[in-house]
Design a binder for this molecule. Structure first.
Ligand code: MOS
Length: 743
């Protein structure tokens, strides 16, 4: 029998994508379409004094100028995981004259054409009474007391302490250590820029709304829209068959989607709204700024005695976002007897921060893994050896053994592939012409999440199969791995299987975030496919015309595209015909159970990086990356590798380029296009060598896979900063590490 799981098969939707035939939200233009544009606040805090809209209303083609004065009624839903609903902002759109951030929507202009809508928007004259916005970020040790502590962080107190018996305080444990590191690390605001921007195409048929919407949780999008519009969830169909990247910004419903649906209902016409690239810098989420103070205390032999990690991260007036830096990294990664992590939040007048690829872990691992490198230099210990000495067999915070951890193998395999040289190291000692060379490494870490999902599988009389789930393929390969799983479980070629997703009328899937879709959706797909085979076996031994009648169902096995009793093989189509059925179908749900009381689940990895820093200009370049990942069973090494590479490329951007500055006078992000907000391009990205340990996590779920979406970025910025230190002798504790910081 041919196997597909674990094979690097091509994407089943690859051809559609490279030929441009995959249709994304804004590619849909229903008949009689109208176009909407958003008008944004010019100030970050204050009040609208007046809106002069007479010229806009008279402009050619204009159908609607919606502001807080005439917005149709809606109910602002609240996030609720059990319904589920996810709302990005605690702010009803166009509710009143109050302004909370620069880029807040103040009007929606609708016209017959996009150009007419945009022109009319330029005629809108809005005057504001401006107040001083909150936009100042505290310096140095002020970060320890600024802002406020949230109620809880990741299920634990905002200040979480775990001390060995007899130890009076974390401070005492650090003081008592042979060698200590104390430093503050900072990470920049960042912005999600998936290739496909946010967009909505909405149309109504009576009380029924059909809405194309790129989303990472189609079920929650449906429920949130239904609640906001006061209609039944069954009367909302959300369609999201292709999503051009998500990274967290498409997990929740944003204001523009509600406004688009309201305007389409009022006008009784299909409506299209695309959020512009510039608007995506203010309107649809960002990674908050973080300042983190790390204290490490270790014995002379390198064993950690105490760690303390205090984080201050920014949030907004209109939503509480917790970028849990210490709780998600320092409290979990190493075996340390004394741990303290704390979190404070600073409210600013910005738009809502939002989960952005490994939220918490990405900035947290930059700080922790930089500090570990500083400790290694102080101890004159190899940084790989330091990490191996502090390997944790269990999750220190939860007190549960790691279900399936192969981090030591990641270090070993990575060091081998990279050609890591142990022994004495000297800074600024390696040169190639005018380039200083440095090598650095860091661990990678991301939790294993899983959520209940349902899936439907059917087998047709023509021998083909279908699999469907209201899940998402945000570029990750979900269509492909669903197809692989059904083809292998039924024993038919992949070409005979059609996967359907991205439609809220299909059986409900998990959130596609937290790297959980593979671990959540595939168990349901596999169980449903197995149920189809089981039903067919039962029918085959009971139906009179079946060649297997009166046999024991247990004697039947998968044969070539059908069932066999060892001597006789009958194809699925033929068998269905003989038993008088046109199809067999099963819908199954699979989710986590009691294993979560016994084990802690996470993925691990190691990054090894070589950098070159120009001797005179101090331009830093990444010249080589080797990463080894322990992510459980790898369902498709090709799509999984692409996920990890994508994460590493983003780590290069975080380390060297991506910088967003919030102007402290106006609370505006001053970088609002991809010309000034630098991201890595092909020329910035070296060859990236990614390999997998590929050991199934049998305790986690029936397919043994964890996730690969987010772990790739974790630790990369630290590995690069550590390599830059080796190259130059300069420790930079704030990313991005631009040339000015190396002079
Ligand atoms: Mo990811 S930030 O959980 O979409």
């Amino acid at each position: 029998m041919e196997t597909f799981i674990g094979k690097p098969v091509n994407r089943v939707d690859g051809r559609l994508k490279v030929t441009g035939s995959a249709r994304y939200t804004s590619d849909h233009s229903p008949e009689n379409l109208v176009h909407a544009v958003l008008v944004k606040s010019d100030i970050a805090k204050g009040r609208i004094l007046y809106i002069e809209d007479a010229f806009a209303k008279q402009a050619p083609g204009v159908l609607l100028v919606m502001t807080y004065r005439n917005r149709p009624a809606m109910v602002m839903p609240k996030s609720n995981w059990s319904v589920p609903m996810l709302l990005a902002e605690d702010l009803e759109p166009l509710k009143d004259d109050l302004i909370h951030y620069h880029g807040q929507t103040v009007a929606l202009l609708v016209a017959e054409t996009f150009e007419q809508a945009r022109y009319a928007a330029s005629l809108l004259n809005i005057r504001y009474a401006e107040e001083t916005p909150a936009a100042t970020i505290p310096k140095d040790d002020e970060i320890l007391t600024a802002g406020y502590a949230p109620n809880e962080v990741d299920g634990h107190p905002a200040s979480y302490t775990h001390l060995k018996e007899g130890v009076s305080s974390i401070h005492a444990a650090i003081e008592a250590s042979d060698v200590t590191v104390e430093a503050i690390y900072r990470t920049s605001f960042g912005h999600h820029h998936p290739m496909e921007p946010h967009a909505t195409v909405a149309y109504w048929e009576g009380d029924r709304l059909t809405i194309y919407e790129p989303t990472q949780w189609i079920v929650a999008a449906r429920n949130s829209l239904a609640a906001a519009l006061s209609i039944e969830p069954n009367n909302v169909q959300v369609l999201s068959p292709f999503v051009g990247g998500g990274f967290g910004c498409k997990t929740q419903v944003w204001a523009h989607s509600f406004l688009a649906a309201l305007a389409a209902r009022q006008l009784q016409r299909p409506l299209k709204l695309v959020v512009t690239r510039e608007q995506m810098f203010t309107t649809t989420g960002h990674r908050p700024f973080t300042a983190q103070k790390l204290y490490l205390g270790a014995a002379q032999d390198g064993r950690l005695e105490a760690v303390r990690h205090d984080s201050l991260t920014t949030t907004a007036e209109i939503s509480e976002h917790i970028e849990a830096c210490g709780h998600k990294t320092t409290a979990k990664l190493y075996r340390v007897p004394n741990i303290q992590v704390s979190q404070r939040l600073l409210k600013l007048n910005t738009g809502a921060p939002m989960w952005m690829r490994a939220p918490g872990e990405t900035p947290g691992m930059f700080a922790l893994e930089s500090a570990m490198d500083e400790l290694a230099w102080k101890l004159e210990l190899d940084p790989v050896e330091l990490r191996m000495k502090n390997h944790a067999e269990s999750d220190p915070m939860e007190g549960l053994p790691w279900s399936n951890k192969h981090l030591l193998e990641c270090y070993k395999a990575g060091a081998d592939r990279f050609g890591w040289l142990t022994g004495n190291r000297t800074v600024a000692s390696l040169k190639d012409g005018e380039w200083l060379i440095g090598r650095g490494m860091a661990s990678a870490f991301y939790p294993g999440y899983r959520m209940a999902s349902s899936a439907r599988v059917n087998l047709q009389i023509d021998g083909t199969a279908g699999v469907s789930c209201a899940t998402h393929d945000i570029g990750t390969g979900m269509y492909t791995i669903m197809t692989q799983t059904v083809a292998e479980t039924l024993g038919i070629p992949m070409e005979m299987v059609t996967a359907k997703l991205g439609d809220s009328t299909l059986p409900g899937g998990s959130l596609t975030a937290g790297s959980m879709s593979t671990a959540s959706v595939l168990p349901a797909v596999k169980t449903a496919a197995e149920a189809v085979v089981e039903q067919l076996k039962q029918l085959a031994v009971t139906k009179a015309k079946s060649p297997f009648v009166n046999k024991n169902a247990n004697e039947l096995q998968l044969g070539r595209s059908g069932l066999t009793d060892g001597t006789n093989t009958v194809g699925y189509g033929e068998l269905l015909r003989l038993i008088g059925r046109t199809s067999i179908e099963a819908t199954k749900t699979s989710g986590p159970g009691s294993e979560t009381d016994k084990f802690a689940f996470a993925s691990f990895g190691a990054h090894f990086v070589e950098v070159r820093v120009h001797e005179w200009t101090r331009e830093p370049r990444v010249s080589r990356v080797v990463s080894v990942m322990d992510v459980g069973r790898v369902i498709n090494p090709k799509t999984a590798r692409s996920q990890v590479i994508g994460g590493i490329v983003w780590g290069i951007g975080m380390a060297l380029m991506e910088e967003s500055l919030l102007d402290s006078q106006t609370a505006r992000f001053v970088t609002r296009d991809l010309g000034t907000y630098h991201v890595p391009v092909n020329g910035d990205v070296p060859e990236i060598d990614v390999t997998f340990i590929d050991k199934p996590d049998q305790n986690f779920n029936p397919v043994g896979a964890r996730g690969v979406g987010e772990i790739g970025i974790t630790g990369v910025a630290a590995a690069i900063a550590n390599a830059i230190y080796h190259a130059t002798g300069k420790r930079v504790r704030e990313v991005p590490i631009t040339m000015d910081k190396l002079i």
